[in-house]
Design a protein around this ligand. Structure first.
Ligand code: SF4
Length: 395
């Protein structure tokens, strides 16, 4: 369902909290508890300082080392000489008619990436980006059409949560925990930027930082099997799998990484990760429903059979159109039929409500401004121009 038809764009340039300077200094904003403890120990300081610094940065929103008043003046001076607290800069802030926000941040590579905040009754979800662009090219995804520029650093990933808290009054007590859920489902494939994403996840779930429950922090992956296989050694966050098709032939068209890591291999790898969690969580299967492509009743039946031995929840995401795609949004009848077939087969199924599409922030629509290094964006633009000119040519 499209919630708004009249675009309402409210650009609000926002200054960065600290200048992007002193690149040679350590950036405390991008360090997990373990890394900060190592940092202090290496300098002959007590490791408990790490938790103190995390609380200042991630619970109080402080970016000035001298403002950390429970740390002695001499240590603050020492820290200030050796380290900085640098977060990405927010360059635009769009507010949807439905209360969602899209913030655009500028990262060190010069690219602009997007994050989205979706408020709902009793919770607030932040959709976080992990890369400027994406090396993969899923056919339903605007980010994929942009090509790829760079991986985000830990500070640039956790900085999105920091900024959401700052913007929503989480640091000054206006709102208690405005962001209750994080999904690594913004721009990029999180498991192709593995170490920085893992370190940012640990900050999200660390009690001295954001303290989010492992159940409320979700990694969404298109299926980078070797990374899923090693995930259990780094995190116990929840996982969502971008499946989008019930068989390999169709999935390889929609999610090209499937040619390398086909469905059976992917589901087996996810099963292994779930077994390591030692609790009752199940993965979410994301299925973007595209009119005439993967939304037939037969696809739903095939999906029900495919997942028969794979405990999971299924989240149907009706395709959200964007300019570089010829795909169409499915009809409400085909959404209902698809959901009912799966429910009758015994699955828990949700249909994602379209949010924030008036600000180009609905699922699959994130684009940012990426200095593409892959030439993929120009290929997609050229293809669109050919289609447009042939459509306008006399027959
Ligand atoms: S869906 Fe995810 S993995 Fe696929 S192109 Fe888009 S950002 Fe990349």
């Amino acid at each position: 369902m499209t919630l708004a038809t009249t675009p309402t764009l409210i650009p609000k340039p926002t200054p960065t909290p600290t200048p992007q300077s002193a690149a040679a200094k350590a950036n405390l904003a991008g360090m997990s508890l373990a890394r900060l403890r190592e940092y202090f120990e290496a300098r002959g300081e007590k490791p408990f300082r790490a938790a103190q610094v995390l609380k200042w940065i991630h619970q109080r929103g402080v970016t000035d080392i001298q403002a950390m008043t429970d740390i002695s003046k001499s240590l603050r001076d020492k820290l200030a000489a050796d380290a900085v607290i640098v977060l990405p800069t927010i360059v635009e802030d769009f507010e949807s008619e439905d209360g969602s926000h899209k913030w655009i941040i500028e990262v060190a590579s010069g690219s602009r990436v997007e994050m989205v905040y979706i408020p709902e009754s009793g919770r607030g979800t932040l959709c976080v980006s992990s890369q400027a662009g994406c090396t993969l090219d899923c056919s339903f995804c605007a980010t994929g059409k942009q090509g790829f520029n760079s991986n985000l650093t830990v500070a640039e990933i956790i900085g999105q949560l920091w900024w959401a808290n700052k913007k929503l009054g989480g640091f000054d007590g206006v709102l208690e925990r405005p962001v209750s859920n994080v999904v690594m489902m913004g721009m990029g494939e999180p498991l192709l930027n593995f170490e920085p994403v893992m370190e940012a996840l640990s900050l999200m779930m660390e009690d001295s930082a954001y303290g989010l429950s492992k159940r409320k922090v979700t990694i969404s992956t298109s299926g980078v099997v070797p990374a899923i296989d090693k995930l259990k050694d780094f995190t116990d966050a929840s996982i969502a799998v971008s499946l989008h098709a019930p068989n390999d032939a169709l999935r390889s068209e929609i999610v090209p990484i499937n040619k390398k890591y086909p469905i059976a291999m992917l589901l087996n790898s996810v099963k292994g990760y779930m077994a390591s969690l030692n609790d009752k969580r199940v993965p979410v299967i994301e299925y973007t429903l595209i009119a005439g492509v993967n939304d037939h009743r037969q696809h739903a039946r095939e999906l029900a059979v495919l997942l028969a031995d794979f405990p999971c929840k299924i989240n149907i995401i009706p395709f959200n159109p964007f300019s570089l795609s010829d795909y169409k949004r499915p009809s409400s009848t085909s959404i209902t039929n698809f959901r009912q077939i799966l429910q009758q087969a015994g699955y828990t199924v949700t249909v994602r409500t379209t949010r924030a599409d008036d600000i180009g922030a609905a699922c699959g629509q994130l684009v940012g401004d990426v200095a593409d290094q892959t030439k993929r964006s120009s290929r997609h633009l050229a293809r669109r121009d050919v289609i447009a000119s042939s459509a306008g040519a006399p027959r």
